[in-house]
Design a protein around this ligand. Structure first.
Ligand code: ZN
Length: 500
């Protein structure tokens, strides 16, 4: 079945055909790094990390880029309030964003370009627009002239009048309310870079156009972001990029739904509200990770199709946690019977089709294969991760039933053990396409605060060292911890620690 994606630009599902056969470039708008990241910032990266993993699984070579907006009005204001240099605040928030993404299993991102690292490219793009007569300077600012863009409004479907109705005032020294800033003259004491128009800083929209085209080419495959970015941010990115190059900017526009907080009103009714800073209902990811594992949060996000709004509540996270615990119990059960760890990649179940010796085994193998294919079918349908996760549950249910029906916990033939081990590994392999079940689960650092997180870090470093066969470092971590009376124990469910 061919992969289809819903394209915001054409407002329909289309067959996915990359610009260059076999190769996919994806650009996702990242955060403005002025406040700790909240769950809403993680949705896009989790979704597009899963999308990239699936495309890689399908055989594409994929480059995924997420930008970091590290110069911006909000950032300047926040740095002034905290009385720290803007660059210092931006770096601190960026590092905590990276740590959160890592904990959430977002590990497939190829580049995180920063606006401040690309000022030269941004200026070049503005000069290109100036040379075409599509931009004008006014007292050190530079604006894009919206009348020079062909089809302005084609992404959001708004016309200029609708876009402006009662909402927007003239930006700075712009000639028209639909014109937007490409470059902003800096005020006294603000961060500034030299430009042909005097000292200043780039506007937000031009940053994404310059960095995406520099890394992925003037025409690339997928541009992603939250639905709240369709207008004006993405509309403006298209206008300035396509005016500069005369070519299509991004072929497919994929937008994820916004995160809503679910709260119970006094009446007992559930109410949804959009998560936003002004509502004061923000939960930083770092705080959530003290209670829930990254795998729980990731699974929760992927359990809703990316275009739908994500209803966030502790109840939902707790449900997801229970559902994941069901998978972990199944993996343990399979291991008890087969003696094999499902997390070790192994032979494909296809081969077992031939080895199945009776009808029940043959039927089970066929059912397992179908359940595995169901994941690909869901993902081919506009990356329906919700359907994909449902297929993982179906597969787990099949395995449990097979064990129960044939009482394999007491006594299992070698063929049954082989089939069961392969089915368990198949479930893990399918989960891994979504970035789940990458490693045996470990105790969340629940209530452990900083201590728990530091232990998680050391356990991860030791596991990494062992994967590199750097046993000296792995042993050193274990021994040094023992010296301070912290014991590590490797169990089938992962490494745990306790005070000695
Ligand atoms: Zn952007």
């Amino acid at each position: 079945m061919p992969l289809t994606v819903y394209n915001t630009l054409t407002k329909k599902k289309e067959p996915f055909e990359p610009v260059t056969a076999g190769q996919v470039g994806i650009y996702l708008c990242g955060p403005t790094v002025y406040k700790p990241s909240h769950i809403g910032h993680a949705v896009g990266p989790i979704v597009f990390d899963a999308i990239k993993r699936y495309l890689v699984h399908k055989g594409f070579r994929v480059k995924l880029v997420i930008n970091i907006t590290d110069v911006d009005d909000k950032l300047i204001k926040e740095a002034a309030e905290q009385n720290v240099p803007m660059a210092e605040l931006a770096e601190r928030v960026t590092q905590s964003y990276f740590a959160s993404l890592d904990a959430l299993g977002v590990r497939s991102v190829d580049e995180f370009p920063r606006a401040t690292g690309n000022i030269g490219r941004i200026i070049e793009l503005i000069e290109r627009l100036m040379a075409k007569g599509a931009a004008y300077a006014a007292d050190g600012d530079v604006y894009f002239d919206h009348t020079q863009a062909k089809d302005y409004g084609k992404l959001s479907g708004r016309n200029i009048d609708e876009s402006l109705a009662g909402t927007r005032e003239l930006a700075g020294r712009a000639r028209h309310a639909a014109d937007f800033a490409l470059w902003k003259a800096s005020k006294e004491g603000e961060p500034a870079w030299n430009s042909p128009w005097g000292e200043g800083r780039p506007g937000w929209h031009i940053e994404c156009s310059a960095m995406s085209m520099a890394i992925l080419g003037e025409t690339f495959d997928i541009h992603g972001g939250g639905m709240d970015l369709i207008f004006p941010h993405h509309e403006n990115e298209i206008a300035q990029s396509e005016t500069a190059t005369g070519r299509t900017f991004a072929k497919y526009w994929l937008h994820n739904g916004l995160t809503r907080i679910r709260t119970k009103a006094a009446s007992g009714q559930w109410e949804d509200e959009k998560m936003s800073k002004s509502l004061g209902n923000i939960r930083p990811i770092a705080e959530l990770l003290e209670t829930y594992t990254g795998e729980t949060i990731r699974t929760f996000v992927l359990s809703t199709h990316y275009r739908r709004p994500l209803d966030f509540s502790d109840e939902q996270l707790a449900n997801t946690e229970k559902a994941l615990a069901g998978f972990y119990r199944l993996f343990e059960r399979v291991q008890r019977i087969t003696g094999e760890n499902a997390y070790t990649p192994g032979q494909l179940i296809q081969r077992l089709h031939v080895e199945a010796s009776n009808d029940a085994q043959k039927a089970f193998v066929a059912e397992v294969l179908n359940a595995r294919l169901a994941l690909y079918k869901s993902m081919d349908d506009d990356f329906n991760t919700a359907g994909a996760i449902a297929s993982l549950h179906d597969l787990a249910g099949l395995i449990h039933r097979y064990i129960d029906t044939h009482r394999l916990e007491g006594d299992a033939s070698q063929t049954d053990r082989d089939i069961l081990a392969a089915a368990g590994r198949g479930l893990v392999a399918n989960g891994q396409i979504l970035g789940l079940f990458e490693a045996p689960p470990r105790q969340p650092s629940r209530g452990g605060g900083l201590e728990g997180r530091l232990m998680d870090l050391l356990i991860d470093l030791r596991a990494e060292a062992r994967r590199r066969k750097d046993f000296a470092t792995a042993d050193q971590i274990r021994n040094r911890l023992a010296e301070i009376n912290v014991m590590l124990e490797d169990t089938s469910g992962g490494t745990i620690w306790r005070r000695g």
